[in-house]
Design a protein around this ligand. Structure first.
Ligand code: ADP
Ligand code: ZN
Length: 214
């Protein structure tokens, strides 16, 4: 099964994608994570990516499409994928359709996660992840069972994203509304768009997604 989780930054895409990986054996393909890995490796492309991301801007469409296209070919994606953070523009959505058709693949569901902007700022500025396994947490909404220790792997090191500050969040939300929200009618017209209430608590959002994918 191939899914897209679509929603503004902080909507809970990463949180739900991780649950779907565990429950369904799907692979989460987060273009944000891929780009951050590229920045960490350094090099000229990494440096360029860093500058664009630090400004809260979007990467070029063709780069993103080829990055996803290569990743989808890997054998671990055999049960299907969850795209998280991609596509971000209608041009990317069209390019994705073409690329999937060439590979004989299709999208089963595009799940929109609807959340108010005010809640997003609170979620993004409070989020952090385990430095070792990547599990996501939040200062208020999802704290580890034992303070300072990752539930999933026991690590005591955590990290916060450089772009998860109140100033950059504003630009990222503007980008979402201007560039990414127009994808919704694109998928609605193709009959694959479903919407969940991303304002609900994490378990309830998971239930709504399960009901859609069956
Ligand atoms: P995205 O991947 O869409 O940017 P995340 O999954 O990183 O969003 O979620 C952003 C923050 O909000 C995280 O700290 C996460 O723990 C928290 N969060 C996710 N879903 C919910 C929810 N339904 N209710 C409250 N907080 C949530
Ligand atoms: Zn961990």
């Amino acid at each position: 099964m191939n899914l897209i989780l679509l929603g503004p930054p902080g909507a809970g895409k990463g949180t739900q994608a991780r649950r779907l990986e565990d429950a369904r054996g799907l692979v989460q393909l987060s273009t944000g994570d891929m780009l951050r890995a590229m920045v960490k490796e350094g090099g000229p492309l990494g440096q360029q990516a860093k500058e664009i991301m630090d400004a809260g801007k979007l990467m070029p469409d063709d780069l993103m499409v080829s990055m996803i296209g290569e990743r989808i070919e890997k054998p671990d994606v055999k049960n299907g994928f969850i795209l998280d953070g991609f596509p971000r523009t209608v041009a990317q959505a069209e390019a994705l359709d073409t690329m999937l058709a060439q590979k004989g693949l299709k999208l089963d569901h595009v799940i929109e996660m609807k959340v108010d902007d005010a809640a997003l700022v609170e979620r993004i500025t409070g989020r952090y992840t385990c430095a070792k396994c990547g599990k996501g947490y939040h200062d208020v909404f999802e704290t580890p069972k034992v303070a300072g220790v990752c539930d999933a792997c026991g690590s005591t090191e955590f990290k916060r994203r450089a772009d998860d500050n109140a100033e950059t969040v504003k630009t990222r939300l503007e980008q979402y509304h201007a560039q990414t929200a127009p994808i919704l009618p694109y998928y609605r017209d193709r009959g694959v768009l479903k919407t969940v209430d991303g304002m609900a608590e994490i378990d309830e959002v998971s239930r709504q997604i399960e009901a859609i994918i069956g």
